[in-house]
Design a protein around this ligand. Structure first.
Ligand code: ZN
Length: 188
C-alpha cells in the first residue's frame, strides 16, 4: 500500500467513526477526543449527516458531558443497566487492562472507539428500554477505567459482573439475586 493510500484509508476510518459517534448523538468534544478530527471537520460532518437525516432523528447536544457517577447507581434498575453495558465493554475489549488515573487520553482512540460503538449498539439490543445515552456510556468507560468512584465487581451469589459505587455500602449482589434474596426473606 502506498503512503498516500494508507493515509487516505486512515482518514476514511476516522470519518466513519465520527459518523457513528454523530449517529449516537455524541458531543463535538467527545468526537474530537476519540477520532482526532478537528472541530471544523466534525461540524461539516454534522451538517452533511443532518442533511441526510430526513426523519430528523439526530439531536445535537451542547454543554457539558455527564460527570455524575450517581447516574449509574441511583436505582437497582440503573445499576443493572450499567452492569450489562460494563459487561459488554469487558467482552469487546473496550476496557484497559489496568486502572489509569488520567483515563481519557489513555483510552480514547480509533480502535477502542470502534469497540465502544459496537458495545453501545450491543447494549441497546440487549436491554428493552435502554436509558444510558452514548455520552453516558463514554463516561462509564472512563469512570471504570479510573476506578476511583465506580468499580466493576462480582455478584456475591451468581458471580455476574456488577457496577458498584466504590464508597457505597450494601451493593454486593446483582438485581436478580437481590430480588430472590428478598423473596426468600419471609421464609427465613
Ligand atoms: Zn447475581
Amino acid at each position: 500500500m502506498r503512503v498516500s493510500d494508507d493515509r487516505y484509508s486512515r482518514d476514511r476510518q476516522r470519518i466513519d467513526l465520527a459518523l457513528r459517534f454523530i449517529h449516537h448523538e455524541a458531543r463535538t468534544r467527545t468526537i474530537r477526543t476519540w477520532t482526532g478530527l478537528t472541530d471544523d471537520r466534525i461540524r461539516k460532518l454534522y451538517r452533511s449527516y443532518v442533511a441526510d437525516d430526513a426523519a430528523g432523528h439526530i439531536t445535537r447536544h451542547r454543554g457539558k458531558s455527564p460527570q455524575q457517577i450517581t447516574f449509574f447507581v441511583r436505582t437497582p434498575l440503573m445499576r443493572q443497566e450499567a452492569s450489562v453495558l460494563a459487561s459488554v465493554f469487558y467482552l469487546l475489549g473496550v476496557m484497559p487492562a489496568l486502572q489509569v488515573a488520567d483515563a481519557v487520553p489513555h483510552i480514547a482512540g480509533m480502535q477502542r472507539g470502534e469497540a465502544l460503538c459496537d458495545a453501545f449498539e450491543t447494549y441497546r439490543m440487549l436491554v428493552p428500554n435502554p436509558r444510558i445515552s452514548f455520552e453516558h456510556a463514554v463516561f462509564l468507560v472512563t469512570a471504570l477505567a479510573r476506578g476511583d468512584e465506580l468499580r466493576a465487581s462480582l455478584c456475591g451469589d451468581c458471580r455476574g459482573l456488577i457496577v458498584v459505587d466504590r464508597f457505597g455500602a450494601g451493593q454486593r449482589h446483582c438485581l436478580s439475586c437481590e430480588q430472590s434474596r428478598q423473596g426468600r426473606l419471609p421464609l427465613g
